[in-house]
Design a protein around this ligand. Structure first.
Ligand code: SAH
Ligand code: SF4
Ligand code: F3S
Length: 461
């Protein structure tokens, strides 16, 4: 065992980025690194970056500046601090990062986290180390598993990557370049990871992937499994009460997954299904491979199987060539589906993607005005969705202490935060909660009398 050192990992990106941050910390543990929440006293600071939009990438360089000051302060105290840049900006920019910010000691791409201990050892001896190759070996086979106490500290809800990369090549998106081709992990590896999490107290698992419903990992017999089959298998793991998955592509929503929603109680009735635009013309220019009609059909199929399903989505406004009519198509789609929430973004040209080179880029003021209109529509639906829960009794998975003494905070099936007065020993269990008040960011409720017949949850969209 090496001498004890501290690592601070900061995530800037999506859920997979957060999952990767944990796996990097786990992989460095055998080399003597323990995690610290404060960068100041860390021996190694890892910035796990996101490249999806301009602002996300720019944030990285201002953060490097901030950490550089800490590194200089540490050096004045005779302490050597290393700075690593990981994630999708690292994958896209590689050694350019060290050219632009010479304080950075190592750059590790999204497929090379298993090589970190060796890279850190080399950087320790003063070398600048860059590894952004897409390796032939599978990082998941080498990445160290977290210890039981580490899992427990991270809470009762965990992410597990089951699929990574993307072959869809939407014309606006960097992910196929920063995460590589679509790869699914084998079923048994995922089951083993979920069993380990459950044994350490995890009760809810969210399966993650850039195109998670394109999952086709092999079963031990060598047959490919669908995401639906994987979910059914994981629902049998003792201790696992809830399952979720994200992010799906409308084209990969197969009948088996639709049926799984109808039949598997542990699978939460809440689906994130990015559409990006309600205009067929823009969807074609985006190379989304689905039309507005296809999207609405997928929603109808899912709802036919399970009426209480609620949907969230992602929208982009100001894609090159987008007109007022196209925007109205998006606004109309929001009304037609009645989303429980959605993320919306101004189109951000990403270097090397086809859309960045397209004519008729939309001016920033126009994008910003359209974003406000779109967000107002989404907010209206989200508020209605939440207000529909007043007075209802729903299942809440209690997660951790709440804001007030004696209070716990949990999650509804729709990921709404629910604040409820309840004893700490209920953390990790699902309780019936009657919603008494709907706030802006949370629902408030009281524990329901469990002797009464349960009230079936129905979407209040
Ligand atoms: N794999 C997922 C999401 C990937 S990125 C999917 O296929 O939907 C998350 C979201 O970021 C996207 O859904 C999209 O809305 C947004 N996004 C991606 N590239 C963008 C860009 N260049 N400009 C603005 N938003 C973008
Ligand atoms: Fe990006 Fe499109 Fe792939 Fe999603 S499906 S990750 S938006 S290229
Ligand atoms: Fe960002 Fe990479 Fe995730 S670009 S959104 S961290 S896949």
């Amino acid at each position: 065992m090496s001498r004890p050192r501290k690592v601070h990992v900061k995530s800037f990106g999506c859920q997979m980025n957060v999952y990767d941050s944990n796996r990097m910390a786990d992989t460095l543990a055998p080399a003597g690194f323990t995690e610290t929440a404060s960068p100041e006293d860390a021996d190694l600071v890892i910035l796990n970056t996101c490249h999806i939009r301009e602002k996300a990438a720019e944030k990285v360089y201002s953060e490097i500046g901030r950490i550089r000051e800490m590194k200089e302060a540490a050096a004045r105290d005779g302490r050597h601090m290393m700075i690593a840049v990981a994630g999708c900006v690292a994958q896209a920019e590689g050694k350019e990062i060290i050219r632009r910010a010479s304080t950075v000691d190592l750059v590790v791409g999204s497929q090379n986290y298993h090589r970190l201990p060796d890279m850190v050892a080399r950087a320790q001896s003063g070398q600048k180390v860059v590894d952004t190759e897409f390796p032939v070996d599978d990082k998941f086979d080498v990445l160290a598993a977290p210890k039981r106490d580490v899992i427990a500290k991270r809470g009762i809800s965990a992410f597990v990557t089951v699929q990574e990369g993307c072959d869809k090549f939407c014309t606006f998106c960097v992910v196929p370049y920063t995460r590589g081709v679509e790869v699914s992990r084998p079923v048994e590896k995922i089951v083993a990871e979920v069993e380990r999490l459950a044994e350490a107290g995890v009760r809810e698992v969210t399966l993650i992937g850039q195109n998670v419903n394109a999952y086709h990992g092999l079963e031990s017999g060598g047959r490919p499994s669908t995401l639906g089959q994987l979910l059914r298998r994981l629902a049998q793991v003792p201790g696992i009460l809830r399952l979720r998955y994200t992010t799906s592509h409308p084209r990969d929503m197969d009948d088996d997954l639709v049926a799984t929603h109808a039949e598997l109680p542990a699978l939460m009735p809440y689906v994130h299904l990015p559409v990006q635009s309600g205009s067929d013309r823009i969807l074609a220019a985006m190379n989304r491979k689905h039309t507005r009609r296809n999207y609405l059909d997928v929603i109808a199929r899912l709802r036919a199987g399970r009426a209480d399903l609620a949907f969230t989505s992602d929208f982009i406004v100001g894609f090159p060539g987008e007109t007022e009519t196209d925007l109205r198509d998006s606004l109309a789609l929001i009304d037609e589906v009645g989303f429980a929430g959605a993320f919306s973004f101004m189109y951000s040209p990403r270097p090397g993607t086809p859309a960045a080179e397209m004519d008729h880029q939309v001016p920033p003021e126009e994008k910003s005005e359209r974003l406000q209109r779109l967000q107002a529509a989404i907010t209206r639906h989200q508020r209605n969705f939440n207000l529909g829960f007043a007075g209802r009794t729903i299942d809440v998975l209690l997660e951790k202490p709440g804001r007030l003494p004696g209070q716990l905070v949990g999650r509804s099936p729709y990921l709404q935060a629910v604040q409820v007065m309840a004893p700490a020993e209920l953390i990790g269990s699902i309780k019936r909660v009657t919603i008494t008040e709907v706030g802006t960011n949370s629902l408030f409720g009281t524990l329901a009398d469990e002797t009464r017949a349960p009230v079936l949850a129905a979407a209040g969209a």
